[in-house]
Design a protein around this ligand. Structure first.
Ligand code: 0L1
Ligand code: MG
Length: 256
C-alpha cells in the first residue's frame, strides 16, 4: 500500500538525484504506481523546490509526438512544472555541470494572459494564451540510462531541467512551421506539426490534464507545448533553434 510518507520518500529520492546530479534506478523497480500517484509525487517534488525558494512560472508538455506516444504505449500527453530556477535567458550560458545526461529540443512556447481556471468546464485554454515564441527545452531524466516507465517520468517532473524562450510575438497560428535545431555540428530538422499535428492541440491537451490532475495555471505562465524534433545530446557548444516566421533562440552549454 502506497501512502503519503512513501510518496514523500520517492519525491525526496528524485529531488536528491536532481540536486546532486546523480542518477537513480526506475521507481518501478521498487513500487507499483498509477498515473495519479505519479502526479502526486511530482507535486511533492515541486513543493520541495518551492521550499528552497523556487517559484513555479509555467508548465511543459511531453510525449506530444505520435512517435513518442507509440514508444511509450500511451495516448495522453504528460505535464511537468517549470520553475524560475530552470529559466535561462535568451543568448545565455547553461551550466551543464548540474545535469546528468542533458539533451535539448526545439519547442514552441505560449504565454498565458489571464489565469486558466481548470474547474470551469466552459473555459478554453486556447483563449487564454496571448503570445507565442520559439523556445528550447533542456531535458535531463534523473533515471539511470534513461530507463523509465510512464509513471516514472511523470513523477520525475517529465525530465524538465531548463528552458529558454526567444522574443514573444502576438498570438498567431504556428502550425506547419519549419524548425531547425543545431548543437555544435549536430542538426535536427522538423516541423511544428510534430506537436500533436498543431501546437494549439497541445494547449487543449494541457487543459484536459490540468482539469484531471488539479494543476493550476496563472496569468503570465509559460507553456512549453512540446518538441518539434527528437532531442539532441547537449554536451556543450552553442545550441540554436529557429522556428520559421517566429524567430530564434540560442543558448550556450558551458562547463566553467
Ligand atoms: O519534454 C518532453 O518531451 C518529455 C521528455 C521526457 C522523456 C525524456 O526524458 O526523454
Ligand atoms: Mg520538451
Amino acid at each position: 500500500m502506497i501512502d503519503l510518507p512513501a510518496f514523500e520518500s520517492l519525491a525526496r529520492r528524485l529531488d536528491h538525484a536532481q540536486v546532486s546530479g546523480s542518477d537513480t534506478p526506475s521507481l518501478a523497480d521498487d513500487v507499483e504506481l498509477d498515473v495519479a500517484d505519479a502526479y502526486a509525487i511530482q507535486a511533492l517534488l515541486i513543493d520541495l523546490r518551492k521550499r528552497r525558494g523556487e517559484k513555479v512560472i509555467g508548465v511543459k508538455l511531453g510525449f506530444t509526438s505520435k512517435a513518442k506516444m507509440a514508444q511509450m504505449g500511451v495516448s495522453e500527453v504528460i505535464v511537468g512544472r517549470l520553475t524560475d530556477a530552470m529559466r535561462v535567458a535568451e543568448g545565455g550560458d547553461v551550466d551543464l555541470r548540474r545535469f546528468i545526461h542533458p539533451k535539448i529540443e526545439p519547442e514552441v512556447a505560449y504565454r498565458l494572459g489571464p489565469d486558466f481556471d481548470g474547474t470551469d468546464e466552459t473555459a478554453d485554454i486556447a483563449d487564454c494564451v496571448h503570445a507565442v515564441a520559439p523556445a528550447v527545452e533542456i531535458i535531463d531524466s534523473r533515471f539511470r540510462d534513461f530507463r523509465f516507465t510512464y509513471t516514472d517520468v511523470v513523477a520525475d517532473n517529465t525530465s524538465a531541467a531548463a528552458f529558454a524562450v526567444g522574443a514573444w510575438k502576438p498570438l498567431q497560428p504556428v502550425d506547419n512551421r519549419a524548425v531547425r535545431l543545431t548543437v555544435g555540428g549536430a542538426e535536427a530538422v522538423g516541423s511544428t506539426s510534430a506537436i500533436l499535428g498543431d501546437p494549439v492541440r497541445a494547449l487543449h491537451a494541457l487543459g484536459r490534464v490540468c482539469r484531471q490532475r488539479g494543476i493550476a495555471l496563472h496569468a503570465g505562465d509559460v507553456i512549453l507545448a512540446g518538441a518539434a524534433t527528437a532531442a539532441l545530446p547537449f554536451t556543450g557548444d552553442v545550441a540554436h533553434c529557429e522556428v520559421a516566421g517566429l524567430g530564434t533562440v540560442t543558448v550556450k552549454g558551458v562547463r566553467p
